[in-house]
Ligand binder design. Structure first.
Ligand code: GAL
Length: 362
């Protein structure tokens, strides 16, 4: 218990000095002398990763740690090299948002030999026995919430149908993408089997519907091709999009093909990450929902996990079953995602302090 009190006290002390913006906050951080944390982040193309990095930097520094944060621009080898350099620089711990969760085995074996603990951040790192803990959201539940959005919006429990739907998944090398897709399909599959939901393209397998690197442009191109080859005069009624960036790529092709008019209304369109551009689309009724994951909370969990490990304490976990990474179950702390649509985005995101009304209205 004393540890937590000290933790809170240090944080409060550093918060005050940091707030003064004086020289003393750096001294206080150095005085706390907690070492350097290596933060290896995947990309800045999804705005959420920028917020993740900034939140973790702030929270680690409040605890007296210095940070070495590197973004790898979705370049797998660059991320390996960045982590390798952090190990050589003898960081105290590594917090990694992996690009390709299967590509880090050997560099993390080197980290283990140097006694550097590794926390997997948001994306599970696979095929390595050197992952101490995993901090993420309930990824299966993210997909369930996306699937339920489609069921509710089309009133599938009572409507006769059939309704046309197309399916998109995230990057095939991102372990999260399979959880999102499987969660959504656990809800949608019964309606597809019953013929109430029809996938006119016939593309229902994860391998067929994945979007490499979560590239919005790849999704935009695939949606345009599907509309051309499979939709003639038929209309698409729903699209499962795994995150906001892909949803916006899909929306561009839909509107390009004349959707969004009285004659051809936009389909139900899901998303994830509560990115500002997509929250604006939700307010305008052009995207149906997003799954909000408060990355301020995820950063807090990752920081507390790291601080506990470095203090020879056991971090809090709440899942020791779901996340087998090919070598072992990685003890995990799962945060809860929140479904956000036109009915609640103001309460959840503005009252929750994630965005201001001005940001959304701009
Ligand atoms: C996933 C993450 C999602 C999504 C995607 C794009 O791993 O869990 O929130 O944003 O990456 O980077």
């Amino acid at each position: 218990m004393a540890r937590w009190v000290a933790w809170a006290a240090t944080a409060a002390l550093l918060a005050t000095t940091a707030a003064c913006g004086s020289e003393s906050d750096t001294t206080a951080a150095a005085a706390a002398g907690q070492g350097v944390i290596g933060l290896a982040m995947p990309t800045k193309t999804s705005e959420r990763w920028i917020a993740d990095g900034e939140n973790m930097e702030k929270q680690f520094q409040l605890l007296g740690y210095r940070t070495d944060m590197q973004y790898a621009d979705d370049d797998i080898q660059r991320q390996v090299d960045q982590i390798d350099a952090m190990v050589d620089a003898k960081v105290s711990a590594l917090v990694i948002g992996a690009i390709d969760g299967t590509a880090l085995k050997s560099v993390l074996a080197k980290a283990a030999r140097a006694d550097i603990p590794v926390i997997a951040y948001d994306r599970l790192i696979r095929d390595s026995g050197d992952i101490a803990y995993y901090a993420t959201f309930d990824n299966f539940k993210v997909g369930v919430q996306q699937g339920n959005t489609i069921v509710e919006a089309l009133k599938l429990r009572t409507a006769k149908g059939p309704f046309n739907i197309e399916l998109f998944a995230g990057s095939p090398d991102d372990n999260n993408a399979t959880f999102f897709f499987n969660g959504a399909m656990s809800v949608l599959k019964p309606y597809i089997s019953a013929g109430k939901l029809v996938v006119r393209s016939g593309e229902t397998k994860f391998e067929r519907v994945g979007t490499l690197r979560w590239e919005n442009a790849v999704a935009q191109k695939r949606m345009a091709a599907l509309l051309k080859s499979d939709y003639g005069n038929a209309r698409v009624d729903a699209v499962l999009a795994p995150n906001d960036g892909i949803a916006r790529g899909i929306l561009a092709s839909l509107e390009e093909a004349g959707y969004g008019t009285k004659a051809r209304p936009l389909p139900v369109l899901t998303g994830q990450d509560a990115e500002l551009d997509s929250v604006k689309l939700i307010a305008e009724g052009r995207q149906t929902e997003t799954v909000y994951k408060d990355t301020r909370e995820l950063a807090k969990v990752a920081v507390q996990m790291t601080d506990a490990v470095l203090s020879d304490e056991k971090p809090m976990v709440n899942d020791t079953k779901q996340y087998h990474n090919g070598v072992e179950i990685v003890p995990t702390f799962l945060l809860q995602p929140v479904n956000v649509d036109k009915s609640n985005y103001e309460r959840v995101l503005i009252e929750g302090g994630y965005y201001t009304a001005e940001q959304i209205a701009a």
